[in-house]
Write a protein that binds this ligand. Structure first.
Ligand code: HPA
Length: 270
């Protein structure tokens, strides 16, 4: 694994004029932020050595490196999901590469189902913690001390400083934001009503099929993380209706300008 990370990082280093300090991983229907990147170099995943290929609809699968406002960013448009069949080392490989390149902060977005009864469809939730319900842990196996410690601390997996700043930005721009715990689960089924209820009882506010593996590896590698969920459907008793991937994408797409604003401003104030 170490050799692969180095090989991919070396390949990208040769292609890039500068190595950004901020990495961005964009979720389903949430690629807009990447379209605002200027002076950019686009690198399709299919051309990057050792990179897995993204298969799910709604992900175009490329790295976009350039400027967002005044800051250099390293954005992944399209991520690798565990439900696609990748193992956890593949799902989190890009985070390892970012860390090897010198990225210091990782911003992530996702679409999620709300299980907090106070949430509404279209809400933006700043993730302040997570519960890992994936069946495989991305750090399982031999630990490479060069990458991080054997037993990583997770007491502040999502940077408090970045959460405070993001809330301030939301307030200044009159954007309503929720804050809460994201439950990461493997999918690809959406939840049954009983599962939504369970995720709420165990302390979740939203549930989705990504983010947790990347945040674990980012923490292992010493990166600061900030993540936003767009609530695209509700797993709240009395409000549960049929969910489709198309609706999830549509709602995420409608809300994303507000999320884009928060992330962009957060990067510029860093
Ligand atoms: N459950 C899991 N993942 C999701 C959901 C959901 O309800 N909505 C969007 N992604």
């Amino acid at each position: 694994m170490l050799e692969k990370i180095k090989q991919t990082a070396d390949y990208l280093k040769k292609k890039l004029p500068v190595i950004p300090e901020t990495g961005i991983i964009l979720g389903t229907g949430l690629g807009e932020l990447a379209t605002q990147i200027t002076d950019k170099t686009e690198i399709p995943y299919s051309t990057i050595p050792n990179f897995p290929l993204s298969t799910v609809e709604g992900h175009s699968g490329k790295l976009i490196i350039g400027k967002l406002g005044k800051k250099d960013v390293f954005a992944m448009q399209g991520r690798f999901h565990y439900y696609e069949g990748y193992d956890m080392k593949d799902v989190t490989f890009p985070v390892r590469v970012m860390a090897a390149l010198g990225v210091k902060t990782l911003l992530l977005s996702n679409a999620a189902g709300g299980v907090n009864p106070n949430f509404e469809i279209g809400d933006i939730m700043i993730i302040n913690d997570h519960i890992n319900r994936f069946p495989e842990h991305p750090l399982r196996g031999k630990n490479h001390n060069e990458l991080g410690v054997r037993f990583p601390d997770m007491s502040e997996a999502y940077s408090k400083e970045l959460i405070v700043k993001a809330k301030q930005i939301a307030k200044e721009n009159k954007i309503k934001v929720q804050e809460g715990v994201y439950v990461g689960t493997q999918g690809p089924t959406f939840e049954t009503p009983a599962e939504y209820k369970f995720f709420h009882i165990i302390g979740g506010d939203a549930v989705g099929m990504s983010t947790v593996p990347e945040v674990i590896v980012a923490n292992h590698a010493g990166l600061k993380c900030f993540a936003i969920s767009i609530i695209t459907d509700l797993g709240v008793p009395g409000k549960i209706v049929e969910v489709t991937h198309e609706e999830v994408q549509q709602i995420a797409n409608n809300v994303q300008p507000l999320m884009t604003l928060i992330m962009k401003e957060l990067i510029n104030r860093a």
